[in-house]
Design a protein around this ligand. Structure first.
Ligand SMILES: NC(=O)c1ccc[n+]([C@@H]2O[C@H](COP(=O)([O-])OP(=O)(O)OC[C@H]3O[C@@H](n4cnc5c(N)ncnc54)[C@H](OP(=O)(O)O)[C@@H]3O)[C@@H](O)[C@H]2O)c1
Length: 271
């Protein structure tokens, strides 16, 4: 089963903001006919209005998929209109951070196949990574289909246990912001060494982007790539001795940062 079933039976996209639009653009570029998509959104963008999809129109009887991309706090308003599609026959896929599978089962009925997914912002340019996990009712085919849909905005990984979702949020979900902050602080440090602000920012941004692509494409591990550019007693080694300090360097700092995000994710999903 692939995109044909989605094209035949239809896909309902609940919430078409940043993440919803990024996914929709990926599906349409991949050949999904716009007439197979039903978007529900109170303020659809001009792009959505002009894309040829159904917008706030009556829904098909039994769509293949409902994809939920509203903010978690809008869920209470948005979901009840879709309860009649619960109970089996339509696969629900949610990208909402912090909303558990159990919450969906309560609202939609325990017989509903549900996939919970966690994407990240580089999805906007097709370079996201999305972790996903299904409930007990979701079949292997359901997970395959959800993975196919989410691969429109980047890579995908499958989890074994929903409990991993909090740590995933702490690493890849919130992670892009850590990297943006790395760029900011690298540029500020360049300024402190006498570079003009624009020049420092250009160097920092291109360095992080280039190193990111190299780490992604290289055969070697990131650790090996680091060793490869660290000559004994050279400039890189001087910096790494500071950054890799066990008590107040990157390792300890990153450990605390990811733990804080993971803990916050746990708290939010309890609310
Ligand atoms: N952006 C990311 O990188 C990212 C990463 C991981 C997970 N997520 C998850 O993806 C979800 C969407 O995030 P986003 O960044 O795309 O947010 P967003 O841009 O605010 O998109 C949400 C969309 O849903 C619409 N909406 C509000 N109430 C609705 C309702 N009752 N029925 C239907 N649509 C409704 C909003 O319309 P209005 O603007 O008019 O309110 C908006 O267009 C969130 O649950 C978030 O946790 C996002």
């Amino acid at each position: 089963m692939g995109m044909e079933v989605v094209a035949d039976q239809g896909l309902v996209l609940l919430g078409c903001g940043k993440m919803g639009s990024a996914m929709l653009a990926g599906w349409l570029n991949g050949g999904l006919p716009p007439v197979s998509v039903w978007v529900i959104d109170p303020n659809p963008s001009d792009w959505v209005m002009g894309s040829g999809v159904h917008v706030n129109a009556p829904l098909p009887e039994r769509p293949a998929i409902v994809l939920i991309a509203v903010k978690p706090q809008m869920m209470g308003d948005a979901l009840p209109s879709l309860v009649k599609l619960g109970g089996g026959g339509t696969l629900f896929v949610s990208v909402a951070a912090g909303t558990s599978i159990a919450t969906y089962e309560e609202i939609l009925g325990a017989g509903t196949p549900i996939i919970r997914a966690m994407p990240n912002t580089p999805a906007a340019i097709g370079l996201g990574i999305t972790a996903l996990i299904g409930n007990g009712v979701a079949t292997g085919t359901d997970v395959d289909l959800a993975e196919l849909l989410l691969s429109a905005v980047g890579q995908t990984v499958r989890l074994d246990d929903e409990a991993e979702m909090d740590a995933v949020t702490g690493v890849s979900g919130s992670g892009p912001a850590y990297v943006f902050h790395l760029i900011e602080t690298l540029a500020a440090a360049g300024e402190a060494q006498g570079l003009a602000p624009d020049l420092a920012m250009t160097l920092a941004r291109a360095t992080v982007a280039g190193a990111g692509v190299l780490a992604e494409q290289a055969e070697e591990s990131p650790a090996q790539l680091r060793v490869n550019v660290t000559s004994p007693n050279g400039t890189t080694q001087a910096a790494l001795e500071v950054l890799m300090d066990e008590s107040d360097g990157f390792p300890a700092l990153m450990m605390r940062a990811v733990a804080a995000a993971t803990d916050r994710s746990k708290e939010l999903s309890r609310d």
